[in-house]
Design a protein around this ligand. Structure first.
Ligand code: SAJ
Length: 439
């Protein structure tokens, strides 16, 4: 504890969640030790700089580092509260990999003392927090662990998932409700007291397994609903309908809220977390598993349609607009746009250019394809085909006058005035062109 009774905190894992979390805890007045396996990351943070793009994070880190409230190391040190925010990827067979969580648990066990609190934040399969507790109990038989003793435990262990939206991380870390799952109610209370130091929204306590499942359910729900939108877009292509128009109208129903089609689902959350549920109940999850298949299938559908368009215009130069997994951020992990653009570049070579305002260079998979990274102005001047893969604002604002004569495949519906087929409006029906086209 430091002078005004704020706990010393250690955040293990300084990535897209860990670093913003560490910075916000430091801003709340706690002394924070950030721990990461990467010496480069540690050195960057100790210089008061950041290695990830997140709105306002650079200023916040600079401030708390210069105030001496946040420092980073590759070595775990003692603290009162430990927050684990390490990656939990899945293996090729879609089984969850919690090895980074267990490695963090092992490192923390070595420095744990009576009264400490361990909180797992990484998205994890149900039961992981108990596995973490068992690991600590094995490594530290001197400590009474929750759920394994009839006496008052020496430490508290809880699970508290984050649910921030990249691009709004700092705002949502403070203003989103939190589900806090304790191995025991006492553990949940200890974790609750910690989160109340910096969370302004409601903190709901529950048990660890419910909190673990809540996180997975939130993302699986979104994946299933995105799959519905993507399936509608494939049906609309077959029927010659404007799916964006149909969704816009359907969503006017008071109880309908269809999400937006895209070129597939990217990122390290929505495309990953549903598999944690499937892994836990493989026979009982046909809908969740099928939704994953629909979203992955949409990527193949977009590649097919894009290839048809490019083949239909053999002399046309192509601009793929966007590589990020979603709009207005520089996160390219698991991005369908990246996969689609690279596939086109491998197929069509130097005819394919890429516009990605959040990238300084093309990712490695574009090497030896002949593709080049250009800006949107060059694409509008030099390219005949525009394939919209990411709904970056800088693409959305391009006026019809600058793209009206291009062949456009818009997988994000950012240009309503250039959809194929565009809905014919009443006033258009009155023009001779519309009568001829409508005949
Ligand atoms: N997407 C669509 N159509 C949509 C919405 C999203 O195609 O209507 C695509 C996006 O383009 C992107 C992918 O889905 O490729 C995921 O984007 P996202 O905005 O849905 O989600 P993430 O991964 O940035 O953040 C999600 C959020 N979860 C929910 O909204 C339930 C966030 O709150 C979580 O904290 C985050 O996962 C996480 O870390 O789990």
């Amino acid at each position: 504890m430091n002078s005004d009774l704020k706990p010393d905190v250690s955040v293990i894992g300084l990535g897209y969640i860990g670093l913003p979390t560490a910075a916000i805890i430091a801003r709340a007045g706690c002394k924070v030790l950030g721990v990461d396996v990467s010496q480069k990351v540690v050195d960057t943070i100790n210089r008061g700089e950041v290695h990830i793009e997140e709105v306002d994070l650079d200023g916040l880190v600079r401030g708390v580092v210069s105030d001496g409230l946040l420092s980073a190391s590759t070595e775990t040190g003692p603290a009162d509260i430990f927050v684990i925010a390490v990656p939990t990827p899945f293996n090729k067979d879609h089984t969850p990999d919690i090895s980074f969580v267990l490695a963090a648990g092992e490192a923390i066990a070595a420095v744990l003392k009576q009264g400490d609190v361990v909180i797992l934040e990484s998205t994890s399969p149900v039961g992981t927090t108990e596995q973490l507790r068992d690991l600590i109990a094995d490594l530290r038989p001197d400590l009474k662990c929750p759920g394994l003793t009839r006496e008052t435990p020496d430490i508290a262990i809880a699970y508290c998932p984050e649910r921030v939206l990249p691009g709004k991380t700092l705002e949502e870390l403070t203003n989103n409700d939190r589900s806090i799952g304790g191995i025991s109610p006492r553990c949940a209370r200890k974790a609750l007291a910690f989160y109340k130091l910096f969370v302004r929204a409601e903190c709901v306590t529950t048990d660890a397994r419910s909190a673990e499942m809540t996180k997975l359910v939130e993302n699986a729900y979104r994946d299933v609903n995105i799959a519905f939108a993507n399936e509608l877009s494939i049906v609309a292509d077959r029927m010659g309908l404007d799916v964006w128009e149909v969704i816009r109208l359907a969503n006017r129903h008071p109880r309908v809220n269809i999400l937006q089609p895209g070129p597939g689902v990217g990122g390290h959350c929505i495309a990953v977390d549903p598999w944690f549920i499937v892994h836990g109940a493989p026979e009982e999850t046909p809908l969740i598993r099928t939704a994953r298949g629909v979203n992955d299938g949409k990527i193949r559908h977009v590649i097919r349609k894009a290839e048809e368009l490019v083949e239909a215009h053999p002399d046309a130069r192509v601009a793929c607009l966007g590589l990020a997994f979603k709009a207005n951020i520089d996160d390219f992990r698991e991005s369908p746009a990246r996969l689609i653009a690279a596939t086109l570049a491998r197929r069509f070579g130097s005819r394919v250019q890429v516009v990605e305002p959040y990238a300084a260079q093309l990712p490695i998979e574009f090497s030896n394809t002949g593709a080049t990274l250009i800006d949107i102005d060059t694409a509008l001047e030099d390219c005949d085909i525009l394939i919209v893969l990411v709904d970056h604002d800088i693409f959305r604002v391009v006026p019809l006058a600058e793209r009206g004569r291009k062949f456009v495949y818009d997988t994000r519906g950012i240009w309503p005035d250039q959809r194929t087929p565009a809905p014919v409006t009443l006033q258009q029906l009155g023009t001779p062109e519309a009568k001829r086209d409508a005949a």
